[in-house]
Design a binder for this molecule. Structure first.
Ligand code: COA
Length: 177
């Protein structure tokens, strides 16, 4: 557990007991239409099950709290087989707390997890018209790797999907596998 100096936010991994807060947070952000989830499909029980079954070598979920309120979340899920050196990340921040580097802080935390787990590529998928997310990933050192037109049937239409990727540096003496 760490306190983020500038803001006083508490940074820590999510645990099963955070399920209700996580569901509340995700429902709030999902209502904006950027994360591809229907708010009514997000339940505390479902989030609890995901957190219980989370294997720390394969996935990470980190959050920022003000008191007991979960204001930002980021998750990484590792690929398997030939994708085992990669993980897909997603991040969300409550509207009232945006533009204070919450997302950047959480993405940095996921990079620490990734290198520790010998994951050397982080990938993200965002909607084409999600300017904030595109700016975020670019600012955090991800490169745009693809733009798939009309790829996702979401929000009552076909949406473009933009793919981002970031290669991480293995520790000195380490090798890519
Ligand atoms: C995208 C999102 C996660 C950004 O969260 P945030 O905490 O506001 O982002 P940060 O403050 O860490 O921003 C880091 C950098 O990203 C860029 N950025 C972030 N939001 C931006 C915006 N709305 N407009 C322009 N640039 C933006 C900036 O370069 C910013 O650095 P700066 O403020 O020093 O200029 C947030 O808007 C959000 O939750 N959106 C809905 C969910 C979503 O789209 N998730 C991404 C899909 S996985």
């Amino acid at each position: 557990m760490t306190t983020v100096a500038a803001t006083g936010w508490l940074l820590r991994s999510l645990e099963p007991d955070d399920a209700s807060e996580l569901a509340r947070h995700l429902r709030l952000v999902a209502a904006e239409g950027w994360i591809g989830l229907e708010p009514e499909a997000i339940t505390a029980a479902g989030q609890r099950q995901s957190l219980i079954s989370m294997d720390p070598t394969r996935a990470a979920a980190v959050g920022l709290f003000t008191g007991t309120r979960l204001i930002a979340v980021a998750v990484a899920v590792r690929g398997s087989g030939p994708l085992a050196h990669t993980a897909t990340v997603a991040v969300s921040v409550e509207p009232a707390h945006r533009r204070h580097h919450a997302a950047r802080t959480l993405l940095q935390e996921l990079e620490h997890w990734a290198v520790h787990q010998r994951v050397y590529k982080l990938c993200a998928s965002v909607l084409g018209d999600n300017r904030a997310a595109r700016a975020l990933f670019t600012r955090c050192g991800y490169q745009q790797e693809g733009w798939r037109r009309a790829q996702l049937a979401l929000n009552g239409g076909w949406q473009d999907e933009v793919l981002f990727g970031k290669l991480l540096t293995p520790p000195a003496g380490g090798t890519l596998e």
